[in-house]
Design a protein around this ligand. Structure first.
Ligand SMILES: [Fe+2]
Length: 180
């Protein structure tokens, strides 16, 4: 199983192939580890979003059901960009189901039905992935792979937008303005 990179652990343990791509070897190593971790998180987030899409009931059912379909279709494209970036850097993208045990997201509650409960659970996870993407921007930029940093910048904006749309549904459900 692929090693899961944590803070200060930036090596990629998966298979690597030679490529004419001129990104430096150390930068490739850092980017592959960062991309692999984000790929697994992204596939997990895709599955969490589908779980909510299928099972949520209650307030604003149809709006949330349809919005989340748009989210998981977008995540399908976004995780594809992560995986293809790995392969073009000479790596092997590991997105098989068994690998999802390395996801950094908490397990999604499989018995949850309440729509606002689903929005809260998803908002926590979209925020976590947004932070992981921003951490990845710094890691890959520092390592010298500006192109991966640019991809992660694009994807972080897309996740931030989805977080905004989730949090907008929580207005009036206990969210208070920041203290002055
Ligand atoms: Fe559906």
């Amino acid at each position: 199983m692929a090693k899961h990179p944590g803070k200060g652990d930036t090596g990629f343990s998966g298979t690597r192939w030679p490529t004419r791509n001129s990104v430096g070897e150390n930068a490739k190593n850092v980017s592959l580890a960062t991309l692999q971790a984000l790929l697994v998180d992204g596939i997990d987030l895709y599955n969490c979003t589908r779980q909510a899409h299928w099972n949520l009931k209650g307030t604003n059912f149809i709006g949330l059901h349809e919005m989340l379909e748009g989210f998981y279709n977008a995540l399908n494209e976004e995780t594809d960009l992560l995986a293809e970036r790995m392969v073009l850097l000479g790596g092997v993208a590991n997105g098989v189901t068994q690998n999802l045990t390395t996801s950094r997201l908490p397990p999604y509650p499989a018995d949850l039905l309440d729509s606002i409960g689903h929005v809260k659970e998803l908002a926590d996870r979209y925020a976590q992935v947004g932070k992981a993407l921003r951490d990845g921007i710094d890691e890959t930029d520092d390592a010298g792979d500006a192109d991966t940093a640019d991809l992660l910048t694009e994807l972080s904006r897309a996740i931030d937008k989805k977080l905004w749309m989730l949090e907008a549904h929580l207005h009036g459900h206990g969210t208070q303005p920041n203290p002055a």
